[in-house]
Structures are given as structure tokens and as C-alpha cells.
Design a protein around this ligand. Structure first.
Ligand code: FMN
Length: 258
């Protein structure tokens, strides 16, 4: 039975979950959503389909929702959705379920895990991270058993109040905070090019001077957290230090797009 795990990850939390699940199924494949051409249908014959993503503003990242509009399945596979977040998942799983249901694709089960928050605005205290990662690991192990048994779960429902908060947060993030237009501090940048390599959607181009941020940022903050010079910031970001996070169980190489 073939299994495909589609994932979108900036700092490795999602990739960690997807990789762990993929290793538990015999014939499995990990597929980064950022590598797919979402202008065309994404066709698959796999019998188990997992879609794994981080929560952004109580919702799923836009690229994940675009992917859900494009995936085309054959027969009736076992479809599961897995969200992960720092504190609250809001409507993310419910919204994704609804997109698929509207396309007559049934979702068998959804799961969520709490992992360190990489949003900078609400950072998880470093001291809490090891326990959080251990707890998540146990939860993922339990979930894997459930997935291997093809268990069906109760599906989440959308909440209007959460939707309103989510919309407000999304507007704030692109207008006032400009999360999608990250700035490069030219005094600090050494033009090493790492930001371009870790961007899961190929939004950063390199040049002989400085990297160039383009217009398809998904706000995953991978570049900001990986920059060795701490030279990438969003507007109004406080000049704090020790803010960078990447999942300690995932290597940089695993997150490189190229
Ligand atoms: C732009 C942005 C928005 C986020 N919004 C939320 C949120 O609404 N609720 C939450 O609990 N965590 C939120 N987070 C935290 C991430 O969901 C969490 O850290 C996730 O594990 C990151 O996954 P990754 O390491 O695979 O990128 C947000 C992170 C980013 C970068």
C-alpha cells in the first residue's frame, strides 16, 4: 500500500512529523508542497495520503490551501490531515477539511500537535522546548498507530469567532507587520545565499550583491530563522537576540530546497 506525505515546513517542525510518519509506513514518499507546480492538477494514485502543515494565523498556510484545491485522487484513499502549532490551531484543520469536502474528497481523520512557536511574536520560551518536543514525540507515536489502523476520527468544525480573529491577524501580518516582505540588513548580510536555499517556495534570488526577496513569500520564516548573521527581519520586529528557532531533530540539509 503506497503512502504519500505532502508537507510544507519552514523551520522543520512539520517536516519532523511528516518524516516520522513516512518512516512508519513501508512504501512511503515525502513530498514538499513547495516543489509542486500548483498551476496544474496534482495527481496521485497513493492509497494513504497525509497532508501535514503548520498553522498560520489560526488557519492553514495559503500554499497548503492552494494545494488542496489542486490534488486529484484516484479511488478512495485514506486521507488524513495533520496540523501543528505553538499554541492554538484555530480553524486550520476545519478549513482544510472543508476545502476537500467541497471537492468531494473525504477526510478520514485529523490530528494536531503542539511544537515550538516560530512566529517570533509569541515565542516559546527556550526552557520549555525540550519537554514540548518530547511530549509531541509521544503524541506522534500514538497517532502513527491510529494511522496504521486506518482509524477514522471526528472531524473539526469551523468557528465563526475564530474566523474573524484569523482574518484580522492575517491582515495585520501583511499590512502593519509586513511578514511577507522581510528585510535584509545589508550591514549584516554576507551574501552567503543560505536564505535562498532554505526558502521552501524559491522566493529568494541571489545576486553578486545581496539576496532579493520576491513576491511569493508564504511567511514561513525559514530564511529569518536560518540566517547565520541574523540579518533578516520583518517590519517593527524588536531588536532582540536569541530569537532563532529550528527543530533540533532536523538537520539543515533536510530543509534545503536545493
Ligand atoms: C506567520 C506565522 C504565523 C503563525 N501563526 C500561528 C497561530 O495562529 N497559532 C499558533 O499556535 N502558532 C502559529 N505559528 C507557529 C507555527 O505554527 C509553529 O511554530 C509550527 O510548528 C511551525 O512549523 P515549521 O517548523 O514546520 O515551519 C505561526 C508561525 C508563523 C511563521
Amino acid at each position: 500500500m503506497s503512502t504519500e506525505l505532502y508537507y510544507f515546513s519552514g523551520t522543520g517542525n512539520t517536516y519532523y512529523i511528516a518524516k516520522k510518519i513516512a518512516h512508519s509506513f513501508s512504501d512511503s514518499k515525502l513530498i514538499p508542497i513547495g516543489s509542486l507546480n500548483l498551476e496544474s492538477p496534482v495527481k496521485t494514485n497513493a492509497q494513504n495520503i497525509g497532508i501535514v502543515f503548520p498553522v498560520y494565523f489560526y488557519d492553514a498556510p495559503k500554499i497548503v490551501k492552494r494545494f488542496l484545491e489542486k490534488i486529484e485522487l484516484s479511488d478512495q484513499p485514506y486521507v488524513f490531515l495533520i496540523a501543528n502549532y505553538g499554541a492554538g490551531g484555530g480553524n486550520a484543520l476545519a478549513n482544510c477539511t472543508s476545502i476537500l469536502n467541497a471537492r468531494h474528497i473525504g477526510v478520514s481523520s485529523t490530528f494536531s500537535f503542539v511544537l515550538p512557536d516560530n512566529s517570533i511574536i509569541f515565542p516559546t520560551p527556550k526552557a520549555k522546548m525540550p519537554q514540548m518536543l518530547t511530549d509531541a514525540d509521544h503524541e506522534i507515536d500514538k497517532t502513527i498507530q491510529s494511522l496504521l489502523n486506518h482509524e477514522k476520527g471526528k472531524l473539526p468544525t469551523q468557528k465563526i469567532a475564530t474566523h474573524l480573529v484569523s482574518s484580522f491577524m492575517q491582515k495585520l501580518s501583511t499590512s502593519y507587520l509586513e511578514f511577507n516582505k522581510l528585510n535584509i540588513d545589508k550591514a549584516k548580510c554576507t551574501n552567503c545565499g543560505l536564505c535562498s536555499k532554505v526558502c521552501p517556495v524559491d522566493n529568494i534570488t541571489t545576486s553578486s550583491t545581496y539576496p532579493q526577496m520576491n513576491h511569493k513569500c508564504e511567511m514561513c520564516f525559514s530564511c529569518l530563522h536560518h540566517c547565520p548573521e541574523e540579518a533578516i527581519r520583518f517590519k517593527h520586529m524588536k531588536p532582540k537576540t536569541d530569537y532563532q528557532y529550528t527543530n533540533p531533530n532536523i538537520t539543515l540539509k533536510e530543509l534545503l530546497r536545493i
